[in-house]
Design a protein around this ligand. Structure first.
Ligand code: RTP
Ligand code: MG
Length: 167
């Protein structure tokens, strides 16, 4: 089975190093790439926009290196959004984020991937987000803003360890 020529990789679990080199994998060296956590939020899954969102990242040249469709519980959300626990919008945020499944992704690129992803997402309030961004093209509501992206390299590693502890 020859995989030479492929330039991306989607896998569910397990470190990259477990891929059998005898398969002839010739894609990017993902182990040295910088990565971030992306969540396609419940509104994105409900509206069938996951493919559109992933496609934008892929066309930009980023690689999806893990993907999982998950229904999030309040404990997981409290870990993920720890900086927002207790804020006025927090209960609405948890109700929204746990109402139906999300698609959790690890997205990899050469450097500061979190910043590339955040610029493609647009500002938090979709009404103010620039056209051409995910939120600016598909969103109108503050809470239901389609996508999450880590806000720093440190946040990315912390969040990846919550959703993909083996990575
Ligand atoms: P995210 O963490 O989801 O990528 O979004 P963000 O960095 O752009 O915004 P953040 O300040 O971290 O807020 C997290 C999510 O909480 C909801 N929110 N609602 N009503 C409000 O004032 C308010 N503020 C934030 C949004 O869903 C936001 O994405
Ligand atoms: Mg945030």
């Amino acid at each position: 089975m020859a995989l030479k020529g492929l330039t991306g990789l989607v896998r569910i679990d397990g470190p990259i190093g477990q891929i059998d080199s005898s398969l002839g994998w010739a894609g990017p060296s993902l182990t040295v790439m910088n990565r971030t956590l992306v969540i396609c939020k419940p509104d994105a899954v409900e509206r069938g926009l996951v493919g559109e969102i992933i496609g934008r990242f892929e066309r930009r040249g980023l690689a999806v290196t893990a993907a999982a469709l998950r229904l999030l519980d309040s404990d997981t959300l409290a870990r993920h959004y720890e900086e927002h626990v207790g804020k006025g919008f927090y209960n609405d945020l948890v109700a929204f984020m746990s109402r139906s499944p999300v698609m959790v992704l690890v997205v990899a690129g050469p450097e500061d991937t979190f910043a590339v992803v955040r610029s493609m997402m647009g500002t938090t309030n979709p009404r103010e987000a620039a056209p051409g961004t995910i939120r600016g093209d598909f969103g109108l509501m503050m809470t239901e803003n389609l996508v999450h992206g880590s806000d720093s390299n440190e946040s990315a590693e912390r969040e990846i360890s919550i959703f993909f502890p083996s990575m």
